[in-house]
Ligand binder design. Structure first.
Ligand SMILES: NC(=O)c1ccc[n+]([C@@H]2O[C@H](COP(=O)([O-])OP(=O)(O)OC[C@H]3O[C@@H](n4cnc5c(N)ncnc54)[C@H](OP(=O)(O)O)[C@@H]3O)[C@@H](O)[C@H]2O)c1
Length: 323
């Protein structure tokens, strides 16, 4: 495992574990996964040096936090535990009460990273950050983070907190590259971090899915990337991933992760449906892409133009109603 070069109490692994899948109906992995599989994934992640575990109060309406907390058990204190506040009515007393509720579900005495899940379109960050400051003051929260924030709003949040907002958790992958424009340069130059979610684009970049084998769960049924036409359009990018993967004797998913975390300010939090996937993802931290491979992947990513907008909506409706 490799770790971010940043001054946090607990070092942060370059590959973390995303746990939206834990106890979530949308992912549809079922009870055996929630009751045993998830625990085995967490225990193996610990053995492999993963320290960043990411959850949220909204995942499975608290189930993900409970499953993660139980699985970590006595190891809770040695990891970098991250959860998220869903910013509905985010006035200070509510923020404080919700942090306590998350900590209770996790069985934790401290949240190493407490993130605002998404910007509230109406309430300014000053309101939320008053609660965050109080939580830091009493030691329940270590670092404050945000998620799905633009750069200007991240900076405003820092101004409101009056100290660093360590991280911004955003979608970042070979398919979604907008964070490169401003978030990554800012993070690198200011000692902040970008936590890349959906780094495998929900499994698309593993190369496991194609027109005749589309994923069925609710999360991906609503994701236009898995429309047959887009799966076909992605074939050039998948072929490039396979080519680089074969040069390293690894899988396309591992190369997709190695590409994302090559940036020094980035850590990725792939979800996993099995222990094998977790093992494979953790091992990706140690892959060194050459400059040539990194550029070839970037070029293939730039050539991938998925259909979106109204055309995708029609496709999603057709897929949903079988027409
Ligand atoms: N802040 C936010 O707004 C936000 C939004 C989304 C996600 N997140 C966080 O980010 C985490 C990761 O994002 P995500 O779950 O959306 O997408 P992801 O990590 O890109 O994809 C996860 C899925 O990819 C497949 N997969 C994982 N490892 C694999 C491997 N080695 N080989 C082949 N397939 C593999 C698995 O699905 P199958 O095996 O079923 O194919 C798995 O459930 C979440 O768990 C959550 O913690 C945050």
């Amino acid at each position: 495992m490799r770790y971010l070069d940043i001054d946090t109490d607990t070092k942060i692994s370059k590959i973390g574990l995303g746990t939206w899948q834990f106890g979530s109906r949308e992912w549809g992995y079922g009870r055996p996964y929630a009751e045993q599989g998830a625990r085995a994934i967490v225990r193996r992640a610990l053995e492999l040096g993963v320290t960043l575990f990411d959850t949220a109060e909204i995942y499975g309406f608290g189930r993900s936090e409970r499953i993660l907390g139980e699985a970590l058990g006595a190891d809770l204190d040695s990891v970098f535990l991250a959860t998220k506040l869903f910013p509905l009515v985010p006035v200070s007393p509510v923020v404080e009460q919700r942090a306590v509720a998350s900590a209770n579900r996790l069985g934790a005495s401290r949240l190493d990273l407490y993130q605002v899940h998404q910007p509230n379109p109406v309430v300014r960050d000053g309101t939320i950050m008053r609660g965050m400051r109080a939580l830091q003051r009493v030691g329940l929260v270590g670092e404050v983070g945000v998620s799905n924030y633009s750069l200007p709003r991240w900076r405003l949040a820092e101004g409101a907190l009056g100290s660093r907002v360590l991280s911004n958790q955003v979608r970042y992958s070979l398919v979604t590259r907008s964070p490169e424009q401003d978030l990554l340069p800012f993070a690198e130059s200011h000692g902040r971090i970008v936590i890349a979610y959906s780094p495998l684009e929900q499994g698309l970049l593993s190369g496991s899915y194609h027109r005749a084998n589309r994923p069925v769960n609710r999360v991906r049924a609503g994701n236009p990337l898995f429309l047959p036409e887009n799966l076909e359009r992605a074939s050039d990018l998948i072929a490039t991933l396979r080519e680089v993967a074969s040069a390293h004797s690894v899988t396309p998913a591992q190369i997709a992760l190695a590409w994302v975390i090559r940036h020094p300010a980035v850590t990725a939090i792939p979800g996993a449906s099995s222990v094998e996937q977790l093992e494979s993802n953790a091992a990706a931290a140690d892959i060194d892409l050459t400059d040539e491979q990194y550029e070839a992947l970037g070029a293939a990513s730039a050539r991938f133009r998925p259909i979106g907008g109204p055309a995708a909506l029609a496709g999603l409706a057709r897929a949903r109603f079988g027409r």
